[in-house]
Ligand binder design. Structure first.
Ligand code: UDP
Ligand code: MG
Length: 140
C-alpha cells in the first residue's frame, strides 16, 4: 500500500475560481485513480491542525484563514510512485516558479493561494488521508 497513495486538496482559491473540474481532469488524465473524495469546508480549527507543522512560520495565520475561507475538494489518489509523481504534476509551491503546464502554474493565484495541496511523503500521505477520511470512505 505504502508508496502508491497520496492525499490532495483543491484549495479554496481554485474552487472559487471555477477550476475544480479542470484540475480533477488533469489529475485523472495523469493516471491517478480517485479512491476517496469529498467536497467540504475546513473550520479554522481543522485547518490549523492540518497545517500545524507550519505553526511557527510567519504565514501560518494567513494560511489557516485562507484554507478555512471556502469549500475545498479533498481526495486520496492512487498511482505507482504517487507522492513524487503528484508533486511533479502540481509544480513548485510558488506558481511563479512552477514548471509550465503544472497545476499550480495554470491555476494558482500566488504562493499562498496556490490552488492545490499534495503530500510530501508516504508517511504524511497516510496521516493526511486519515485526517480527512474514515476507512469506510476509501474505496481502494
Ligand atoms: N505558504 C505560504 N507562504 C510561503 C510558503 C507556503 O503561504 O512562503 C503556504 C502555501 O499555501 C503552501 C502551504 O503554505 O502550499 C504549505 O507550505 P509548504 O512549504 O508545505 O508547501 P507545499 O508542500 O504546499 O508546496
Ligand atoms: Mg507541504
Amino acid at each position: 500500500m505504502s508508496g502508491n497513495r497520496t492525499f490532495t486538496m483543491i484549495k479554496p482559491d481554485a474552487v472559487a475560481d471555477g477550476y475544480m473540474g479542470a484540475i480533477l481532469a488533469q489529475i485523472i488524465d495523469a493516471g491517478f485513480k480517485v479512491v476517496a473524495m469529498k467536497y467540504t469546508k475546513l473550520s479554522a480549527e481543522k485547518a490549523g491542525e492540518f497545517y500545524k507543522v507550519h505553526s511557527a512560520r510567519p504565514f501560518y495565520g494567513e494560511l489557516v484563514e485562507f484554507m478555512s475561507s471556502g469549500p475545498i475538494v479533498a481526495a486520496i489518489l492512487e498511482k505507482d510512485n504517487a507522492v513524487e509523481d503528484f508533486r511533479k504534476l502540481i509544480g513548485a509551491t510558488n506558481p511563479a516558479q512552477a514548471e509550465p503546464g503544472t497545476i499550480r502554474a495554470k491555476f494558482a493565484r500566488n504562493i499562498g493561494e496556490n490552488a492545490i495541496h499534495g503530500s510530501d511523503s508516504d508517511e504524511n500521505a497516510t496521516i493526511e488521508g486519515a485526517f480527512h477520511f474514515a476507512g469506510t470512505e476509501i474505496y481502494g
